[in-house]
Design a protein around this ligand. Structure first.
Ligand SMILES: [Zn+2]
Length: 86
């Protein structure tokens, strides 16, 4: 009497998916998009930019800025400064 088992090893992709929103600062919390206003000191003046969307950790509260978001902030600052001069 012989039995043959064909167990298929299941690959778990949960680890990779979970790491996408993992906080880089504490490594424990998960980050979520938040909308904030931030004030930058540029060329001797303070420029307030609204509607920026960094990711915020639900454990340590660390804000994570993506390159795209930093670029958006830069562009918004440039527009505001141009308006201020004109
Ligand atoms: Zn964190």
């Amino acid at each position: 009497m012989s039995s043959r088992s064909d167990n298929i090893a299941k690959r778990s992709s949960n680890a990779a998916e979970g790491a996408r929103n993992r906080c880089p600062a504490c490594g424990r919390g998960t980050v979520e998009r938040v909308i904030v206003s931030k004030t930058f000191h540029v060329e001797g003046t303070w420029v307030r930019i609204d509607g920026l969307m960094p990711s915020k950790c639900d454990v340590c509260g660390e804000l994570t800025w993506s390159e795209r978001e930093l670029k958006r902030a830069d562009e918004a600052i440039a527009i505001k400064l141009r308006r201020a001069v004109a």
